[in-house]
Design a protein around this ligand. Structure first.
Ligand code: HT7
Ligand code: ZN
Length: 881
């Protein structure tokens, strides 16, 4: 596909003020009549032809101002429709198109999921419904009439508010919806089908009564209350935290089972992957509950950050996604535990975004060029984008940040905005020049900040010297220019070696934050009697890698004594990472013992558990969890041997399990839920389950026999899916009959529950054993598996490629071949999901030479395949560049 550049943006030559749609739903021949009120854009080129986007449409009729168009006036091609000489005044174009929702396997535009008609229009799906100016800076007011067979689709939903409904002949009926808020086409949606509903009402701070409803597959209504409650909590939170109230009379959420991503924020009609709506104690884990809450909130928050203020062009995607991720993270932090949530956010960033930023798919948070926009819904745009907003708040302080948000919303309401508009609001309220800060949006790659500390006992000073190094990233999506220093907020403090904060002062530190603005910077603390331990980047105040040579003793001090929970956790991670990288680099023979560092870590964790595990089990579970394979691989950087990392992790887990076993067993008993207590997904209960299951994992790593016994009992007796799945995950790592028995029993119990079977697929795909490739191939033939359903593909093949490094990176290339074959098989059907699956290869240059050659061969075979979609073509091209 051709490259599209931010520098080439120009406004549309025409605008569309109103859209009237008449959609007659039919399984194979849906007809859409679109009446578009157009006018020349004063900012565009006068007299230019009108070029409407279109994809896979059959055009049945066209009229201009109510009259048939003259022969030759209109031309259609595979990419759209051209009206050669449009009037130089406002005019009305009517288009009748026909589409086949049942044949739509791309799940973009109008399609059917389990018989339910639904739409997905972001980024460019509306052009698969009618010809249109399918770009986010063309905002129109929509009225939609939906007509369908009454039995096939008793529920008819659209954007905005319901206007009227009634019969349309004997078997059919209709509903009209009107959305008064101008919106881009990507926010259009409709739904028609047999659906169960639960609802409640919410009164906004402005006094508007809103009917809130969640629609699900009939019979699953009892799994929807958690999502419904999450909507209400999100509405209340956005009023409290950002002063944003809802602006329609209804807010509908619909769950469908075939969906390319997590959910979609269509105005007033959010459509969800059912994985992020349906929850019951027996089918959903604590992680599922937390994800549902976060994604429901995320899509709801888009109502302001994305819908009322949308993006001028797709380069500005981070303006809505990064900002909305930041908002949903804040919501979850307020609803749950802030430190625990922050750690989870950073783990995701390090596991997904850091590798992306270090590989061939690296791009700035605001890319400068793209070929296929659907490939830019990335960890960088979302998670690093959220980190930028967080840094802005750290730099400006919460009050000024809020004033900036208020100004941004007020000034940009009803417009399609840019990152510059966003930053201008903060520059205005703070009086600060944010030009240098804006580089975070333009420069790809993860900065490394190195720090060295020096104590001068005579002068009683402690000096910290900072230096930032920025990678040069030369990919198509980034400028490739010499990077300029970033503005890096460093939240920091000093910890006395014996514990407690050091009451030292520094002129360079304000409100606990030093701002590194140049390549190098220095902080001098005065009145420091004793050499302290610096606690740097508290709360992970910037998305950087910290190179700071803390010794094990200093890390142990931070783990035990830092007032910042994030850095306590970080200290334990650092200790473990040192052990893991040293062992993995040395080849990590399995019979190795953990050594002195491992023993020190075990001892520190023991003291930590004794002192604090019961008070904050969720935090303790995180402290007990050693860094994942991906993080160790990142730390090693080049010539990575995934098997050696895996052995190093196994050895350390075994060692920790042995050293901590009596405590872990006691903790498991102490934290058990009373059997009569009803299940609750709240954060405190989930934290207890997390710690019990982290303990089980370590016990089993140390003593497979005990582990098997405990896990089998837990699997059979669990009263909720979190405990059952955790036990099954423990068994999955222990080869033998017990595992196969437990897997079979689980599949039998949940054979009619696709979302639970996904967990079963996923667990098996993650087994780090040589037989897993064959197992996955076998599971692809399982009756519950289908290449047509993105959740199934992600849970089986996606889990394999992302979460099973030893088998995906098998030395003989069998893991790469499996994923490559699946990508090709999927590409013809659903290119978006195929392309996303292929991104698992993006770390291929990091692995050692033999594997690297196999990975490259698999990528080259994909690249050479005929008829590749633009989506897969783009990813494979960039991966090999
Ligand atoms: N804004 C949405 C992103 C999206 C998407 C969702 C479903 C299917 C295809 C999609 N393409 C882009 C969801 C969000 O991030 O909020
Ligand atoms: Zn979003």
């Amino acid at each position: 596909p051709p490259v599209i550049r931010l520098a080439d943006y120009r406004p549309s030559d025409y605008l569309i003020d109103r859209v009237d749609l008449d959609v007659r739903l039919h399984p194979t021949e849906t007809r859409i009549t679109a009446t578009l009120a157009l006018r020349p854009n004063p900012a565009g080129e006068a007299g230019a032809p009108l070029v409407l986007d279109g994809d896979d449409l059959t055009l049945l009729a066209v009229a201009l101002d109510g009259q048939p168009t003259a022969p030759g006036a209109i031309e259609t091609g595979p990419r759209g429709l051209t009206l050669h000489q449009p009037p130089g005044r406002p005019f009305v174009l009517s288009l009748e198109t026909q589409v086949n929702p049942s044949a739509n396997t791309k799940l973009m535009g109008l399609y059917r999921s389990n018989g339910v008609y639904c739409t997905q229009c972001e980024a460019d799906g509306f052009r698969r419904i009618t010809y249109f100016l399918d770009r986010p800076d063309v905002l129109a007011v929509y009225t939609t009439r939906i007509e369908a067979d009454r039995t096939e689709a008793p529920v008819l939903l659209g954007n905005g508010n319901p206007v009227e409904s009634g019969a349309a002949g004997a078997d059919r009926h209709y509903a009209v919806w009107h959305d008064p808020h101008p919106k881009p086409a990507y926010l259009f949606a409709l739904v028609g089908g047999r659906l169960g509903r639960i609802g409640s009402s919410f009164t906004t701070m402005e006094g508007r009564a809103v009917e809130v409803a969640v629609y699900v597959e009939p019979g699953k209504e009892d799994r929807a209350p958690y999502a419904l409650d999450a909507v209400r909590r999100a509405m209340a939170w956005d009023e409290r935290a950002f002063g944003r109230a809802y602006d329609l009379d209804v807010f509908n959420v619909v769950a469908v089972s075939d969906f390319n991503m997590g959910a979609m924020e269509n105005k007033g009609l959010n459509i969800f992957n059912d994985k992020y709506v349906l929850a019951s104690p027996d089918t959903a884990t604590d992680t599922d509950y937390a994800n549902i809450e976060a994604i429901i909130a995320h899509e709801y928050f888009h109502n302001w950050s994305g819908n009322r203020v949308t993006c001028r062009d797709w380069f500005q995607l981070c303006l809505k996604e990064g900002l909305t991720v930041f908002r949903d993270q804040e919501f979850s932090s307020d609803e749950r535990s802030r430190p625990v949530h922050r750690i989870a956010e950073v783990r995701t960033l390090r596991a997904r975004q850091f590798p992306e930023d270090a590989g061939p798919l690296a791009h700035p948070v605001r890319p400068q060029a793209y070929r296929e926009i659907n490939n830019f819904y990335t960890a960088t745009v979302y998670e690093k984008g959220a980190e930028i907003v967080r840094m802005l708040r750290t730099l400006l302080g919460p009050e000024t940040f809020r004033a900036g948000m208020d100004l941004f919303f007020a000034r940009c309401d009803g417009t399609a905005a840019t990152v510059e508009d966003f930053l201008a609001a903060f520059a205005q309220v703070s009086g600060r020049d944010l030009t240098a800060f804006a580089r975070w949006y333009a420069q790809a790659g993860t900065p490394v900040v190195s720090v060295s500390g020096r104590h001068d006992p005579l002068a009683r000073t402690y000096t910290l010297d900072f230096h930032q190094s920025l990678p040069v990233v030369a990919t198509e999506a980034s400028a490739g220019a010499e990077p300029q220093p970033l503005v890096i907020p460093v939240a920091l403090g000093l910890v006395a070696p014996g514990g407690g904060a050091v009451a030292a002062r520094s002129e360079q530190v304000r409100d606990g934050v030093f701002v590194l603005e140049q390549e190098s910077g220095r902080v001098v603390y005065t009145d420091v009697a004793e050499a302290p331990v610096p606690s740097l980047f508290r709360g992970f105040s910037a998305p950087v890698k910290l190179a700071h040579a803390l010794d094990a003793g200093q890390r142990l001090t931070l783990l035990a004594r830092d007032s910042d929970p994030f850095n306590r956790w970080q200290a334990a991670q650092g200790l473990a990472l040192d052990v893991l990288t040293a062992r993995a680099r040395a080849g990590a023979p399995l019979e190795d013992e953990a050594g002195a560092d491992g023993a020190a870590l075990a001892e520190a964790l023991g003291s930590f558990l004794d002192a604090e595990a019961v008070a904050d089990p969720a935090f303790a579970a995180l402290v007990l969890t050693i860094p994942g394979d991906q993080e160790v691989a990142q730390e090693i950087g080049a010539n990575v041997d995934p098997d050696a990392i895996h052995r190093a992790r196994r050895t350390l887990r075994r060692h920790l399990g042995r050293a901590l076993a009596p405590r872990l067993v006691a903790l498991r008993e102490r934290l058990a839920d009373p059997t009569e207590a009803p299940f609750s997904p709240d954060a405190a209960s989930a934290g207890r389950r997390a710690l019990r299951n982290a303990a089980l994992d370590l016990v089993a790593a140390a003593d497979p026999e005990t582990g098997t016994r405990l896990a089998e009992a837990q699997c059979a007796g669990a009263t909720n899916m979190t405990d059952r799945l955790a036990a099954l995950a423990t068994l999955a790592l222990l080869p033998g009959e017990a595992r196969e028995r437990a897997l079979q029993a689980f599949a039998q119990t949940y054979r009619a529950e696709p979302l639970v079977l996904d967990k079963w697929f996923s667990l098996q795909a993650m087994i780090p054993e040589a037989g897993t490739v064959e197992r996955v191939r076998g599971l692809m033939r399982h009756e519950g598996f289908s290449l047509g359903n993105p959740n199934r593909v992600r849970s089986l093949v996606g889990s394999f490629s992302l979460n099973n490094p030893t088998q995906f990176h098998r030395e003989d290339g069998a893991g790469y071949d499996l994923v490559a074959e699946t990508v090709l098989a999927l590409d013809a059907r659903n290119p978006q999901v195929a392309a996303r699956l292929l991104t698992a290869f993006s770390t291929w240059r990091m692995v050692e030479a033999k594997r690297r050659a196999r990975a490259e061969a698999a990528l080259r075979a994909i690249a050479a395949s005929p008829g590749l979609s633009p989506d897969v073509g783009d990813i494979v091209g960039r991966s090999l560049a």
